[in-house]
Write a protein that binds this ligand. Structure first.
Ligand code: NAD
Length: 325
C-alpha cells in the first residue's frame, strides 16, 4: 500500500485525491493546501492528515508519493523540494511555465532516487491509448497527417483565478493545447517547424489557437484549442489521423467514440477500456513506484518537449513567425 500526499486540493487535486482514496493499493494519508476551508473539506472527506505547507510531508518518511496539483508557476518549487526529500513525484501538466523551470526540474529528477512523471493524461486516455496501440501494431501503416482539437469552457474555478491569468497559466496554449501537442509528439516525434496563429484576449492570452506542425519526414499535423467555448459545451476533444492503411476518427462526443476506416472494409469500432485517463495514469504511476519501474509512457524529456513545443507555438503566434525546435 503506497502512502500518498496530494499537494493542492483544488479542481485537479480533488480528482486525484478521490482516485487514491478509492484505490485498494493507495493510502491517501495527507493533503496539503494553504486554504483553511479546503483542508477542512479534505479532512472530512478522506479522514486524512492535512497541512498548510509541504514541510511536514518532506519530513515524514512514511509518505512515499507526492502528487503535485498546484498552480503551474509553483511546480518547480514543490517538485524540486519533494524530489530532493526522496519522494516519488507525480506532477500535473504542464511540467512548468518556463523552460528554465523545466530544466531545473529535470536536473532534480535526474539526481533524485524517486520516480518522476508529469501527468499528461491524454497518453492514458482510453481512445488515445487504443489509437497509439493500433499505430504501434503496424496495422494502419505509418501515420501521415493529423488534426487534433480540444475545446474547454473558461476555467473559472481556480484559486485566485490564476488559470484565467495568461501570465500565470500560459493561457490556452500552455494549459490546454499542450495536451494535443504532446500527443502529436508521441505519434510523429519532434516537430521541425511550428506555425501558430490565434485570437488574443483583452488580458493578453491566446484564447483560441491553430498550430501547424511539420516533421522532418514531410508529415504534417494541425492542432486547434479553444479556452472559452460556452460552458454548456463541456470538454470536446477530437482527433483525425490519416495513416498509410486507414484513418482513425476519435471524438469524445460521438457514439461510439472511436472509429477506424480502412479501404474496402466496413468501419470498425475497437474496444475501448472503461477506466478514465486520470485513473489509468495514477494506477500506472503507483505501479511504477510499487515495482521500482521507471515510468516509460511519459518521460521527463517528453514533458520538456511538450512544453518546448507549446512555448514555440506561443512565440510563433506572438511574433507572427514560424518557429523551429
Ligand atoms: N490534466 C488535466 O486535465 C488538468 C485539468 C485542470 C488542471 N490541470 C493542472 O493541474 C494543476 C492545478 O490546477 P487546478 O485547476 O487544480 O487549480 P486550482 O486553483 O483549482 O487548485 C490549486 C490548489 O492549490 C492551492 N494552492 C495554491 N498555492 C498554494 C501554495 N503555495 N501552497 C499550498 N496550496 C496552494 C489552492 O488553494 C488550490 O486549492 C495545474 O498545473 C493545471 O494546469 C490539469
Amino acid at each position: 500500500m503506497t502512502k500518498v500526499c496530494v499537494a493542492g486540493h483544488g479542481f485537479m487535486g480533488g480528482v486525484h485525491a478521490g482516485i487514491y482514496h478509492g484505490l485498494g493499493n493507495a493510502d491517501l494519508a495527507a493533503v496539503v493546501d494553504f486554504q483553511d476551508g479546503v483542508r477542512e473539506q479534505a479532512a472530512a472527506k478522506y479522514g486524512c492528515a492535512t497541512h498548510a505547507t509541504i514541510d511536514a510531508v518532506l519530513d515524514d518518511d512514511s509518505l512515499e508519493l507526492v502528487d503535485i496539483c498546484l498552480p503551474t508557476p509553483i511546480h518547480r518549487e514543490f517538485v524540486v523540494k519533494c524530489l530532493e526529500a526522496g519522494k516519488n513525484v507525480l506532477c500535473e501538466k504542464p511540467l512548468s511555465l518556463s523552460m528554465d523551470d523545466a530544466e531545473a526540474i529535470l536536473e532534480a529528477a535526474e539526481k533524485a532516487p524517486g520516480k518522476f512523471m508529469v501527468a499528461h493524461v491524454i497518453r492514458f486516455w482510453p481512445e488515445y491509448v487504443v489509437t497509439k496501440q493500433l499505430l504501434d501494431s503496424g496495422d494502419l501503416g505509418a501515420p501521415l497527417a493529423a488534426n487534433a482539437a480540444r475545446f474547454v469552457p473558461a476555467p473559472d474555478w481556480s484559486w485566485d483565478d490564476w488559470l484565467l491569468d495568461p501570465e500565470r497559466s500560459g493561457g490556452a496554449v500552455i494549459d490546454n493545447h499542450i495536451h494535443d501537442l504532446d500527443y502529436l509528439n508521441w505519434i510523429f516525434g519532434k516537430p521541425e517547424t511550428i506555425y501558430a496563429r490565434g485570437l488574443w484576449s483583452e488580458q493578453g492570452g491566446l484564447d483560441h489557437v491553430f498550430t501547424t506542425l511539420e516533421y522532418p519526414d514531410g508529415k504534417v499535423a494541425i492542432a486547434e484549442s479553444g479556452f472559452f467555448v460556452p460552458a454548456g459545451m463541456g470538454l470536446v476533444m477530437t482527433l483525425k489521423l490519416q495513416c498509410e492503411e486507414g484513418c482513425v476518427m476519435l471524438s469524445n462526443i460521438a457514439d461510439p467514440t472511436l472509429t477506424v476506416y480502412r479501404p474496402n472494409r466496413e468501419p470498425e469500432h475497437p474496444d475501448v477500456p472503461k477506466d478514465d485517463g486520470y485513473v489509468a495514469e495514477i494506477k500506472y504511476f503507483l505501479d511504477c513506484v510499487a515495482n521500482d519501474k521507471t515510468p516509460a509512457i511519459l518521460t521527463p524529456e517528453d514533458a520538456r518537449l511538450a512544453l518546448a513545443t507549446s512555448r514555440a507555438a506561443l512565440d510563433s503566434a506572438k511574433a507572427k513567425s514560424e518557429e523551429r525546435l
